[in-house]
Design a protein around this ligand. Structure first.
Ligand SMILES: NC(=O)c1ccc[n+]([C@@H]2O[C@H](COP(=O)([O-])OP(=O)(O)OC[C@H]3O[C@@H](n4cnc5c(N)ncnc54)[C@H](OP(=O)(O)O)[C@@H]3O)[C@@H](O)[C@H]2O)c1
Length: 311
């Protein structure tokens, strides 16, 4: 039985690993996506992360493909009551009130559900005053269209401002933050966001938990980069600290038999301010290496060696 953690003070609880949905309809076709979600649920996973914009970067797609696949899976699996569904709005269209209202309606329709459990602002939109965007989110909470509010890709000062606005206006408070954070991108989160999230009482769900696949150990040199359409995103990690991190993970893998992907995610799960890392898989073999993190207890020495190699 996987121990659950609460999202902020929302009363919603999740297992400490979220399945990333940006691959559904991109690098995982529909049938593969269904088997991945089945296996994730079977392993004790309870949260799926998606966005209205997934996978608009694929030629011929316009966004909504991932939500549609998740909606079909929820309908056929009967798993709605067990799963916490997080989605997002505003990555390309911004956060104008009507964009949020219409985005929410469309996401609910594609997902085939009555309520979005966690609804993120996908990225900050400084052209819209926070009292307007948060005001619409508050309306959506009151109308039962969403349960909890999340912020993704916000800076520390804007997190503090969002909390201040919510409190001053009497709106539902944001409960979650989704930042970019992993073993080879520590400063992105640790420099300012960790303290801001803690001060605001936000649960943190880091994305790119596997650094686009680098932290699985499959990219060791430039010759390995053609293994995936996202291989080239890993080029920057191949030198310096990236190699040190892989060496530290290799040593732990040799001692424990755990796959590198599980070690990278278990390190995130143990980080003091983290609720659940988000990671995706494109095959069942990959997925089993992610869910292995749910039962991998790193020792203090192992965590210290990863901290030292990545610091
Ligand atoms: N808020 C935001 O702005 C934002 C931005 C990005 C992502 N996200 C969310 O975070 C989630 C996670 O990010 P991500 O999926 O882009 O990246 P990620 O989790 O860092 O990398 C996952 C990719 O690594 C490869 N992989 C996974 N397990 C593996 C294994 N055991 N062995 C070898 N390769 C393995 C797979 O790609 P290949 O098979 O193609 O190599 C997989 O799709 C997304 O799905 C999305 O929900 C949010």
């Amino acid at each position: 039985m996987v121990e659950k953690r609460e999202i902020g003070s929302s009363g919603i609880e999740v297992a400490p690993l979220a399945l990333g949905g940006n691959v559904f309809g991109w690098t995982a076709d529909e049938a593969t996506s269904f088997t991945l979600m089945d296996a994730f649920r079977e392993a004790g996973g309870t949260m799926i992360d998606t966005a209205d914009v997934y996978s608009a970067w694929v030629p011929g797609h316009s966004g909504g493909e991932s939500e549609r696949v998740i909606g079909q899976w929820l309908a056929r699996s009967g798993a709605r009551e067990e799963m916490v569904i997080a989605t997002k709005v505003g990555f390309m269209a911004g956060l104008q009130p009507d964009t949020i209202r219409e985005g929410c309606d469309k996401s609910l329709e594609r997902l085939g559900i009555e309520t979005i459990d966690l609804y993120y602002m996908h990225k900050d939109d400084e052209s819209v005053p926070l009292d307007e965007s948060l005001g619409v989110y508050d309306e959506l909470v009151k109308a039962g269209r969403i349960r909890a509010i999340g912020l993704s890709n916000f800076t520390a000062p804007r997190i503090a401002e969002a909390m201040e606005v919510a409190d001053r206006c009497g709106y539902a408070r944001p409960q979650a933050l989704q930042p970019w954070y992993n073993l080879v991108e520590r400063e992105r989160y640790e420099d300012e966001l960790a303290a801001a999230a803690q001060a605001a009482g936000l649960s943190v769900f880091p994305y790119y938990g596997l650094a686009n696949g680098f932290l699985t150990g499959k990219y060791r040199s430039k010759d390995d980069l053609d293994q995936s359409p996202r291989g080239l995103r890993n080029v920057a990690y191949l030198e310096g600290r990236g190699q040190d991190v892989l060496a530290a993970m290799d040593a732990i893998a040799a001692d424990t038999g755990a796959p590198l992907a599980a070690i990278a995610l278990a390190w995130l799960m143990r980080a003091p301010t983290i609720t659940a890392p988000i990671a995706s898989a494109t095959s069942l073999a990959q997925l089993s290496e992610l869910t292995a993190a749910l039962t991998l207890d790193l020792t203090d020495e192992q965590v210290a060696s990863l901290d030292a190699a990545s610091g």
